[in-house]
Structure formats: C-alpha cells, structure tokens
Design a protein around this ligand. Structure first.
Ligand code: ZN
Length: 326
C-alpha cells in the first residue's frame, strides 16, 4: 500500500520534471527497436519502441538535456579518463527493421543527430521473419482457437477479446521454458495453423533493411553496428560459435557496406544473455564498444564492452524521463 502511494507520488508530472532537470552526469545510452504504429502491426507489437511522432518529441527533449554523441566522440570522451562533466547521450536502434530507415532516419536527419543502427546480418536484405514476429502473427491469425504447447500441458486459448495480452503471455511463457525449444514450438504452431502459415509465407513484405539502405544511412551521418549474425543468445553458444557471431558479423557489414563497424549490441542483452567470453571476443574482434540491455546510467565506464542502455518502449515522454531517474 505504502509502496503504491510512493510510486504514485513519484510519477506525478512535477516530481518527474523536478528530478529530470537534476539527473546525474554520465553517459545515457538510449535503445530503440521498431518505430511506428504498433496497433496496426501484424507482428510482435511489443517490439515497437514508439511512434514517429513520439520519436520526434523524444529527440527534441534529448537535445535539450544532453550532448548527443556519436561513437567516435564517445571514444574520445572515455579516452580522456576524466569524470564525466555533463550528461551525454548516445542513441541506438537494435535489429535493423525497415522502419529504422523509412521512419526513424528522416527524423534523426531533421534533428541533425546521429544514431547507431545494430544490424543482425542474417536478416538484412532477406524476407526473414524473426521468431517473435512469426509467433505473434500466427496467434493473432488463429484467434478463437485453442493451442497446447507440445510436450507440455500448458494450454492457451487465443481469445479474440484480449488477443494482445494472450500474445504477451505466450511470449513470456516460451522465453522461460527450455523444452521444447522455440524452434520446436514454431514448427508446431505452423503445423497447427497451416493456412495462416501459408498466408505468412506468401507475404512478400521485407521486414528488415537492405544493404543499400544501410549504406545510405551511413553515408548521411548514421553509424552501423553489429547485432551478431543470427541474433542467437551468445551465452548459449560455445566460444567458436560466439566468435563467428561477433567477429563474422563485423566483417559482413564492413564487406557489404564499406563502412567501418566500431560497436556491437549483444542480442537481448540482459546479463544472462552474454558472458565474459562475449566481451573478450568483442575486444579481440577490434570493436571499440559493446552494449548490453541492462538498464542504467553509465556514471563511469569501466568496461567498454559492457555498457548499460536505457530501453525505450513507450510513446510517453514521461516514461523516458522516469527510466533515467529511477
Ligand atoms: Zn535484438
């Protein structure tokens, strides 16, 4: 009860704004995924960070309160080894969805700010549909049906009344079980709803960027980074496979675009999703920086290969502020 009251007081506009003006010096790395209208997407809506309008407003706000850096400037800043004397920001986008080019890129150009786009190289210039997008698509299409996870007694009713929360619950569940694997679940979903899978397969839409678009963004002030080759959780891989993902993706992006890649964002990025070996390989592969997805302000940066990022998942600017404050 008391906690709820405190939370309510702390989320009042004047309280948030008071603390927003006084957030500490440091490097704030903001992380976006998809941009656009999540409510009209046939795919995983939770992967949308915010709308174009909200991104525009957020960049305006960030420009007022931070000095926005690019990777080279961050490198110079850290190399001085001095305590951070103000609030710096780095803007990043993960996964390489097409809307990063069609919607986010024009907004960033308009504001004359640079951002880093972390590409999953296996997805670029393909008709690939990420597993989370396929799961969301199939469940939404199979509204009204029942489904039981193979080899598991867990049953889901794809209720038409609250299909979006069913999708969320389903994702939450499958991310936490080890058996069956996601691959097995996807195959089973496809076999259970073959007509929806067929429609999805015939959909010719490209969800991800192509190399030309990535090159164009880099030519116009944006930066390209690696999000590995296949988006596999690095901590689940042996050293040789981690090297292929981390080092191989850098080489692919550099070969395909002619642009130097200086940083990597570990897929999913929570502490259990990468290892000391991942950060070590990133260093050996001559990246200058490695970013995780652990929320937090970097008041100091002791390990360049383990930098925290603040995830943006709401159009509401208050959420962005609160994520920096708490
Ligand atoms: Zn990702």
């Amino acid at each position: 009860m008391l906690k709820r009251i405190i939370k309510k007081i702390l989320s009042k506009d004047w309280v948030v704004n008071y603390y927003w003006q006084r957030i500490p010096n440091g490097v704030y790395v903001f992380n976006y995924h998809r941009i656009g209208n999540r409510n009209s997407s046939l795919y995983d809506r939770s992967n949308f960070s915010c709308s174009e309008k909200a991104l525009d407003a957020q960049i305006t706000e960030l420009k007022q309160h931070f000095e926005i850096l690019n990777i080279e400037e961050l490198d110079k800043l850290i190399s001085t080894e001095k305590p951070f004397d103000k609030r710096y920001a780095l803007i990043t986008f993960d996964d390489g969805y097409i809307d990063n080019y069609t919607l986010a890129f024009p907004i960033l150009k308009k504001h004359n700010v640079s951002a880093v786009f972390y590409l999953t190289t296996d997805y670029i210039e393909t008709k690939h549909i990420a597993w989370w997008d396929e799961v969301a698509y199939l469940i939404r299409s199979a509204k009204g049906q029942r489904y039981t996870i193979p080899g598991d007694s867990k049953e889901f009713f794809f209720s038409p009344d609250n299909i979006e929360s069913v999708i969320k619950d389903f994702m939450y569940y499958v991310k936490r079980i080890h058996t069956p694997t996601i691959t097995t679940i996807i195959e089973h979903l496809r076999a259970s709803f073959p007509e929806h899978y067929e429609t999805l397969r015939n959909n010719n839409e490209s969800l991800f960027l192509n190399w030309q678009q990535a090159k164009e963004m880099a030519k116009q002030g944006m930066e390209l980074g690696s999000h590995t080759q296949s988006h596999t959780i690095l901590s689940q891989l042996d050293d040789a496979s981690q090297k292929k993902e981390i080092d191989g993706s850098k080489q692919i992006i550099e070969n395909m675009t002619g642009v130097a890649v200086h940083s990597i964002a570990y897929p999913v990025g929570r502490r259990h999703c990468y290892t000391d070996q991942s950060t070590e390989i990133a260093m050996q592969s001559r990246y200058k920086f490695g970013f995780n997805n652990e929320p937090g302000i970097n008041r100091t940066i002791e390990n360049r290969y383990d930098i925290n990022r603040i995830c943006i998942d709401s159009c509401d600017i208050k959420h962005l502020k609160m994520n920096c404050i708490f």
